[in-house]
Design a protein around this ligand. Structure first.
Ligand SMILES: [Zn+2]
Length: 234
């Protein structure tokens, strides 16, 4: 195997490693977002319970106002009754009072419902707040792990790139240029071994003269189907 091919194979190994690490780097923001969404889901549930609590509390206040105004109404009827002499008119007012009292009971039933809602919302809030505290700590820890991994990856990539640059300087520019063009096109390998008479990249059977050229390793034999550079693996 020629020195050039040997060096290109090492460069290819570095390029593959860099590509793998870059892919992992690019995945990190999406993975971070996923755990942020998890936290947000918890916050949303808590927020909904808080809104429910506010609504139920406002409902209780409203009921109290309604009951109060009806009690005043009854009070006015009672005052009118004192002035009244006719039995018939007195009874008519009694019926009015009974109707208003019925309304008050309905309001009080609503108040009980609101009170139950308040209790329920408070329980959900307490539970969710405890959950959120735990979840928040977990998310922070996970985010830190991702941030540390990102730093590691960036350092590793930088190291590999420096290494690759030094290696590339030792390879003939024409060969390197060809290697890089093919790699950009295929996205995986630019340099592949001949395997059982076939191209190690696209697996098509190679004509004998290409196998011969690859075996000698003197010129840059390229697969006639996928253009990858071929080398002979002893
Ligand atoms: Zn091929």
């Amino acid at each position: 195997m020629s020195t050039t091919i040997e060096r290109l194979l090492i460069i290819q190994e570095r390029d593959r490693a860099i590509a793998r690490l870059v892919r992992e780097t690019k995945d990190i923001p999406a993975r971070k977002k996923l755990i942020e969404d998890r936290l947000k889901a918890h916050q949303d549930v808590l927020h909904t319970a808080q809104e429910d609590l506010k609504k139920a509390q406002a409902g209780i206040k409203q009921v109290e106002i309604e009951v109060d105004s009806r009690r005043q109404k009854i009070q006015r009827f009672r005052e009118q009754q004192i002035q009244i002499k006719k039995n018939e008119e007195f009874r008519a007012l009694e019926r009015e009072i009974a109707a208003v009292q019925k309304e008050i009971r309905a309001e009080e039933d609503r108040e009980i419902e609101f009170m139950e809602q308040v209790e329920k919302a408070r329980a959900v809030i307490a539970e969710r707040e405890a959950d959120l505290k735990k979840e928040d700590a977990r998310v922070r820890e996970d985010q830190k792990v991702f941030d540390r991994r990102l730093e590691e990856l960036q350092a590793e990539i930088a190291k590999l790139q420096t290494d690759r640059k030094a290696l590339a300087e030792q390879v003939d520019a024409t060969w390197l240029g060809r290697y890089e063009r093919i790699l950009a096109k295929t996205g995986d390998y630019a340099l592949v071994p001949v395997e059982h008479g076939a191209c190690g990249g696209c697996h098509m059977n190679l004509p004998p003269h290409l196998i011969h050229e690859a075996r000698k390793g003197l010129s840059a034999a390229q697969c006639s189907y996928c253009s990858r550079m071929l080398y002979w693996k002893p």
